[in-house]
Ligand binder design. Sequence first.
Ligand code: MG
Length: 450
Amino acid sequence: MTRKKMFGTNGVRGVINETMTVDLVLKLGKAIGTTIGPGKIVVGRDARNGGEMFSKSVIAGLLSTGCSIVNIGYVPTPTLQYVVPRMDASGGVVITASHNPAEFNGIKVMGSNGIETSRETETKIESVFFSNNFTVSAWDNLASVTQDKTAIDQHIAGIKSHIDTKVIQKRHLVVVIDSANSVGGLVTPKLMRDLGCKVISLNSQLDGSFPGRSPEPTPENVIELRKTVKSVGADLGIAHDGDADRATFVDESGNIVSGDHSLSIIAKRILKKGSTLVTPISSGKLIEDTVEQAGAKIDWTVVGSVDVSHRVEEINAELGGEENGGVFYPPLQSVRDGPMTSALIVEIMSKEGKKLSELISELPTYYTEKQKLKIPAEKMSSMKEKLLVFTKDEERITIDGIKLFYDDGWILIRPSGTEPLYRIFAEGKTVDNAKKLAKIGVDLIERALS
Ligand code: MG
């Protein structure tokens, strides 16, 4: 039997009152308290439906193990992460399902440094959960719950202390912010106003039914933002996901900026000779080029923000980033932080007096091609061995799927975690080139199947 698992790439998630219930969350609270307690645990939530009952359940579970609670209410995940170490807490819990559709909710667990707990700690929490082996506090040793409303101000002050506020204040940028009716709207609009920007807010009321748009800031989901930026003549659009650990940008013409581009714009200015960028193997050629031009180096990780965060801390990297718009800025904190990322972008625009589209046009363009191939379930396990043999003479990384590097691009061949299929990502300097590279991946998989 395979080990029972609850944690996915970013915490535990499920459909509200179906796979994610108050009973499960109560028990999970006990397992978290047993594993990372005793001590103070900071609890927060995003604007999703179910947040009220799930925060109460997780708090009840944590209290039963003897933990004390600081309830900070509605906050973005990076805001909770920022205050955990500053409140001298043993850890933190945020009730969120990040960018998932509205019917989902979930839990992310942080350690005392504010970073999501390691895979090892997740496994411990899971084993306590399934073995029902909980710490139980004596009746006369139970701790209490306190409320704290300072987290958002602390986070905003922290961000401002790491950027040149004066240079931004002089630029008077017009910024449209689409907060997806969730907690990003509690931080980024205030932060931008403090920086002297004129802010126009979209979907800023907290509403767990997500009436404005789906919480994932994909190009299709932020059409209203793109139109608004253009029609009001704004300099920039910012869209957050449900818990605002990510920021997606829109330039002054209403064009979406890919995560590879926003990360490269930031990386180009932060990385120096000898610096290191930590990024998952799914990141593209543009990031590789940017790092190379800076005389810096890449430290590749498996796909997942938790792994990036831990690696950034472990090797003291100057920056971390993902192609989905997640930027990890270690001088503030080694986690994905949407408001911090937004501040870095407006700082660069202000310092250099450039439009966002100009910053993008300075970067080379690459083209991507994605394919997926269904594999008979019984053949999934033998695929990787064969692919490893076929590619043994290539320049490659095999920590998570197989990434092959070529002079003009790369391919990533990766099994799906949930379905019997392999995904192929290719990137090249032209559309044809990307297609040719993807074909190499398809051929390899077909060869392994035959
Ligand atoms: Mg998120």
